[in-house]
Design a protein around this ligand. Structure first.
Ligand SMILES: [Mg+2]
Length: 219
């Protein structure tokens, strides 16, 4: 398992968690926010489009007129531009705020997202604006080390929800007692990716996820 970067460790140290309250670790993009839809708006402005033939960005971003696949360097530039200009304006996933608000009565929630540290406060503001004012950890690299550090401060049950299978694998390997939910908000992406094998459940809509999380964490 990779080591926890100091910048992530300090954010985790600042969390004020209740030791015995069940904990939900929740990814942001494609779980709470419509990442793909926002990215597509940015690509369109830049003369590109996403040709969703597989669950990946690299290789699937193409030039609008020539149809040519964007180079890795160009993909990096497009993503950097997207992160700095549009991440703060991503729309929430339907039902996410209501589901989390209902769960938050009995469960503590921490948003664990791989996000450049400079965008942490903008993303926190976007969560707040969308009715999801929960602490946010801007992680880098594998989510396993961060999840382990967060989970160490609680004794109650832990659940983790993410759209990317290797994030779920990493967190469940690092936090042995945690359970995973695989959630993919975008309807087109859903069809491109089967359930992560390590996850207990696959569910792609918040009204269905809420009772499952409740059952996992509260029994
Ligand atoms: Mg995600």
């Amino acid at each position: 398992m990779s080591e926890l970067p100091p910048a992530v460790a300090s954010q985790i140290n600042d969390l004020r968690l209740e030791a015995e309250k069940p904990l939900l670790l929740c990814d942001a993009d494609e779980v709470l926010f419509q990442f793909l839809a926002g990215l597509e708006l940015h690509l369109e402005d830049e003369g590109y489009f996403l040709d969703l033939v597989s669950f990946a960005l690299s290789g699937n971003i193409k030039h609008e007129s020539s149809g040519e696949v964007a180079s890795q360097a160009r993909v990096r530039e497009l993503l950097d531009g997207f992160f700095s200009s549009r991440m703060k304006d991503l729309k929430p996933v339907a039902g996410a705020a209501d589901a989390l608000a209902a769960l938050a009565k009995d469960i503590q929630i921490v948003v664990l997202t791989n996000t450049p540290p400079a965008l942490r406060s903008a993303r926190g503001a976007a969560l707040k604006r969308s009715g999801m004012d929960y602490p946010i950890i801007a992680n880098k690299g594998s989510k396993g080390a961060a999840a382990k550090a967060i989970a160490e401060s609680v004794t109650g049950p832990v659940a983790f929800i993410d759209d990317i299978p290797h994030n779920i694998d990493a967190v469940l390997a690092a936090v042995r007692h945690a359970e995973g939910i695989h959630f993919v908000a975008d309807p087109r992406l859903r069809q491109l990716i089967p359930k992560a094998t390590s996850a207990k459940h696959r569910v792609d809509e918040w009204p269905l996820a809420e009772p499952l999380i409740r059952e996992m964490l509260l029994g």
